[in-house]
Design a protein around this ligand. Structure first.
Ligand code: UD1
Length: 422
């Protein structure tokens, strides 16, 4: 079993280049099924969820060629709907974008129920509501979701989501691009990756406007064409290295970013005592020896991202005073707290709220990456802990972080990956 070992006590300094955003790359990769022609996608992160998604598409008949480390050519001309390998599709959340993509192009779809990190119940009722409103007949079990639609009765419509959901906004957008007439999605999520998916689809001939606001308008088109498109930088990967600078008291220049996407993270880091300087496509974060307490509430974009919650909570373990972290997106996203407690943190969780009594020293020990972002929070904790932290279950970190060990090491961390027999 692979593990990451971190010896704490080293300040991080230097420059780190951010990869393409996982949560934009994944829907765009699945959108290639909708496009049905050769697409060249650039700035693709080298992460497991992407590799697995490309394997899923290959298994469905796509021709996938890696041009270089970050560019991939995907030709889904001959893909057959309903042929994704269930065992692969069940491993990740993003495989659910196949539903919208298959339905939009073929007017039928069958995809295994998606997996992903365990943050409590993660229903897909809003996706299904949107597909049904467009004209699909949906049958779902706990194993798979199957849909059919009559070509002549698959029409654009007005869809008002009951909650703000990233996944359903993108999935319904995918399904609606080739529907007849106009679709309006209201109470849409506004994340930068939604804008990225819309921009990609528009370069392929779609007519989507309003992405990035809570009202997205889609004029149906008959056909899409292939295109070349570069994925936006990963704001969560960037935020993670920004927090690492703040936690270790170092100075890190985080490059290949869009500073606007980082505003809620930069603001919270400044509130907790760090200095954040913004440049065109970079930010420099300088941590200071005294970290201030802060309260954090996660929200959909442009609020503080839930995917930065474990990293920020780890930083607040080092702050003097009591900080309150409240989770506004998922019902259960504090499973990592028990791991931080093993390292000496004092945190009490009550439902969706964690109360952190900061300032207690952290010490290295054996901890588990309970999910993707929680795993990287363990690395940050290990960087500032006294002694050695050994993190297991690191395949979860590798799902979404490109060369995480190499990047931290280049900043001066004493970190390595080891393989042990199971
Ligand atoms: C995506 C991201 C994930 C991120 C999240 C919020 C991917 C692969 N994953 O997840 O990293 O944490 O956005 O930024 O991109 N919900 C429903 N019904 C639905 C859909 C969602 O109740 O039909 C609920 C969810 O359970 C959750 C909340 O809405 O409580 C937000 O979910 P959503 O924004 O859809 O997140 P994901 O797309 O699953």
């Amino acid at each position: 079993m692979d593990k990451i070992i971190v010896n704490g006590g080293h300040q991080l300094n230097g420059t780190v280049e951010i990869s393409g955003m996982k949560n934009a790359a994944l829907p765009i990769i699945y959108a290639c099924v909708l496009v049905g022609a050769k697409c060249t996608i650039e700035n693709v992160p080298n992460v497991r969820d992407v590799a697995l998604s490309l394997d899923i598409l290959r298994g469905m008949g796509a021709i996938v060629n890696k041009i270089n480390d970050t560019t991939v050519e995907i030709d889904c001309t001959d893909v057959k709907p309903g042929t994704s390998e269930p065992e692969l599709a069940k491993k990740i959340r993003a495989s659910y974008y196949l539903m919208g993509a298959e339905l939009g192009r073929f007017k039928k779809s069958k995809v295994a129920f998606p997996g992903g990190c365990d943050f409590g119940g993660r229903p897909i009722d809003q996706h299904i509501k949107g597909f049904e409103m467009l004209g699909a007949t949906v049958t779902s079990t706990c194993d798979y979701v199957e849909m059919t639609a009559d070509e002549h009765e698959f029409y654009g419509t007005n869809i008002f989501f009951d909650i703000v959901t990233v996944g359903a906004t993108m999935n319904v957008m995918l399904a609606a691009v080739l529907a007849k007439g106009n679709t309006i999605i209201e109470n849409a999520a506004r994340e930068p990756h939604i804008v990225d998916l819309a921009n990609f689809l528009n370069t392929c001939g779609a007519r989507i406007s309003g992405a990035g606001t809570d009202v997205i308008k889609i004029k149906g088109v008959e056909k899409l064409r292939g295109s070349t498109y570069a994925i936006i930088p990963d704001m969560i990967e960037a935020g993670t290295y920004m927090v690492a600078a703040a936690a270790t008291g170092g100075t890190i220049k985080v490059t290949n970013v869009i500073p606007k996407h980082l505003e809620s993270i930069s603001a919270k880091l400044e509130e907790s005592g760090s200095i954040v300087e913004e440049f065109g496509d970079a930010v420099i974060v300088t941590g200071r020896s005294k970290i201030r307490k802060a309260n954090v509430k996660t929200h959909p974009y442009p609020g503080f991202p839930t995917d930065m919650q474990p990293q920020m909570a780890t930083l607040l373990c080092l702050a003097s005073g009591v900080s309150y972290v409240s989770e506004g997106v998922y019902e259960k996203r504090f499973r990592y707290v028990d791991e931080l407690k093993k390292m000496g943190a004092s945190i009490k969780v009550d439902g969706r709220m964690a109360v952190i009594e900061g300032g207690l020293p952290l010490h290295g020990t054996d901890v588990v990456a309970v999910d993707l972002r929680a795993g990287v929070a363990m690395i940050i904790a290990g960087l500032v802990a006294e002694g050695t932290t050994t993190i297991s279950n690191i395949h979860l970190i590798e799902r979404g972080y490109d060369d995480v060990v190499g990047k931290f090491r280049s900043l001066g961390a004493d970190i390595k990956k080891v393989s042990e027999p199971d």
